[in-house]
Design a binder for this molecule. Sequence first.
Ligand SMILES: *[C@@H]1O[C@H](CO)[C@@H](O)[C@H](O)[C@H]1NC(C)=O
Ligand SMILES: *[C@@H]1O[C@H](CO)[C@@H](O)[C@H](O)[C@H]1NC(C)=O
Ligand SMILES: *[C@@H]1O[C@H](CO)[C@@H](O)[C@H](O)[C@H]1NC(C)=O
Ligand SMILES: *[C@@H]1O[C@H](CO)[C@@H](O)[C@H](O)[C@H]1NC(C)=O
Ligand SMILES: *[C@@H]1O[C@H](CO)[C@@H](O)[C@H](O)[C@H]1NC(C)=O
Ligand SMILES: [Ca+2]
Length: 527
Amino acid sequence: MLYLAAFLLHCLPLAMGQYDICKSWVTTDDGPSWEFYACQPKAMRMKDYVTVRVDPAGITCGDPPERFCTHENPYLCSDECDASNPDLAHPPRLMFDSEAEGLATYWQSVTWRRYPEPLLANITLSWNKSIELTDDIVITFEYGRPTAMMLEKSLDNGRTWHPYQYYADDCMEAFGMPARRVRELSATSANRVLCTEEFSRWAGSKKEKTVRFQVRDRFAIFAGPDLKNMDNLYTRLESAKGLKDFFTVTDLRMRLLRPALGGTYVQRENLYKYFYAVSNIEVTGRCKCNLHANLCTFREGSLQCECEHNTTGQDCGKCKKNFRSRSWRAGSYLPLPNGSPNACAAAGSAFGNCECYGHSNRCSYIDFLNVVTCVSCKHNTRGQHCQHCRLGFYRNSSAELDDENVCIECNCNQIGSMHDRCNETGYCECKEGATGPKCDDCLPNYYWRQGCFPNVCDDELLLCQNGGTCYQNQRCICPVGFKGVLCQQSRCEADKKDCDGAHGARGGAGTVLLAVLTLQLRAWVDL
Ligand SMILES: *[C@@H]1O[C@H](CO)[C@@H](O)[C@H](O)[C@H]1NC(C)=O
Ligand SMILES: *[C@@H]1O[C@H](CO)[C@@H](O)[C@H](O)[C@H]1NC(C)=O
Ligand SMILES: *[C@@H]1O[C@H](CO)[C@@H](O)[C@H](O)[C@H]1NC(C)=O
Ligand SMILES: *[C@@H]1O[C@H](CO)[C@@H](O)[C@H](O)[C@H]1NC(C)=O
Ligand SMILES: *[C@@H]1O[C@H](CO)[C@@H](O)[C@H](O)[C@H]1NC(C)=O
Ligand SMILES: [Ca+2]
């Protein structure tokens, strides 16, 4: 078995040996020159470069020391886990060591002594680098496989997580999902997230120890049972949306949800035989270098592509400085067999001297002006070299000219500003009374109501008269008997009818209240 695994690992780079050179020196009719090809690094044992984190704190056994037993020998609980004794400790790194002696070394959790509270553990693997899986992920459990677990993955160094596969002895009960097998998947569902019961059955701890995430079986959907037709796989990886990303990860997380039970029920009187023990996690994959590198090295604690084709970055994800006359593109597996390098081009190599700072792939010669200019500048840029921002955008001072984020939208308030353009620091031009970088505020002595209007009343100069109250700087609410903008006018003077003695008094409080209510209602409706 061990021999077979080694054999497969050894074979893998051979089987996938296509795309292993980035360039070669060739002689053509025009003399010798470099020819460039899409290229990718060889597959590696990724467990050698991983950092691991086990959660929650205190889940690793041995602190304090603890006794445990096994399902084979449930009443002989003589085994001990003791974190302070190297011979009896089971730290996380034992999931990644090489077991040359043939003796399994493993990480082990505490026992399920808190049953029925669930025994939960997360094992998180991080590479700080995008990895493309090329073979199955194989997790080896000693003393039985979990009866429920889940595999999750991240593509952004752990910021967001997505389910990758569910595992349970009863998928419906554990996750409400029907059980499926990867072998049942078709070309259109090859990247489906499913729940499988294949790796959770109790088969005696000695027999079936592994839990797999089946990459090969998914590849086989396209490349045939022995992965003979890799060309077809590469074609599909290029053309099927999301398929390449499905096999790409920066992090993996095993969420262990219920340990092996060794039977149907949990025996409450002997909880020392329930725990997790993982002796190995094999992850085989290659650095994702966007088909711009065939070497990936471990430097300063991280994997790093050795970029060719004048690209740079950890994943060769951008063009080198002075090689940005076209936007960056990943290499392509197509056309077979050598693919397309989609190399970055030196500034000035296309059309005389037309640099587009990576915002355009095309230049065009304008006859009557006798200039070469970039066509269809992207990223909200404009200009002969895509060196300016479009109207309504301004220059991001912390971004270089070839950055995708170089132009920031002005975002001027439509009502408060004269137009949607702004100056080089993002300030919009405001209408009278408006202020703030985006003109969405009012100057002192102005109030906002779909634009800035001068205050009608306030507490200082524009006081409401005769006991009136100022409502949101918009109007004075006048007592009965007074009117005018500032309640400065007595109704008697304006209209003799209003002076008919008792009338005003009788209306009294009710009328005032009604007036206030009406005003407020109107204010609401206006808003
Ligand atoms: C495991 O990780 C998940 C998120 O992926 C989190 O919701 C959960 O609380 C974690 N469990 C433990 C035991 O840390
Ligand atoms: C991750 O990799 C990047 C690029 O190599 C490096 O700058 C950064 O320090 C690394 N982060 C960690 C946590 O190792
Ligand atoms: C990258 O730039 C160098 C010059 O620094 C040039 O010799 C080489 O051909 C370029 N490679 C590609 C793939 O364009
Ligand atoms: C400005 O550019 C930097 C560098 O690319 C970027 O991180 C930042 O998000 C950009 N700012 C805005 C507002 O887009
Ligand atoms: C943009 O306008 C604001 C406000 O008028 C001003 O303070 C700033 O100096 C202007 N920036 C430039 C570069 O003109
Ligand atoms: Ca081990």
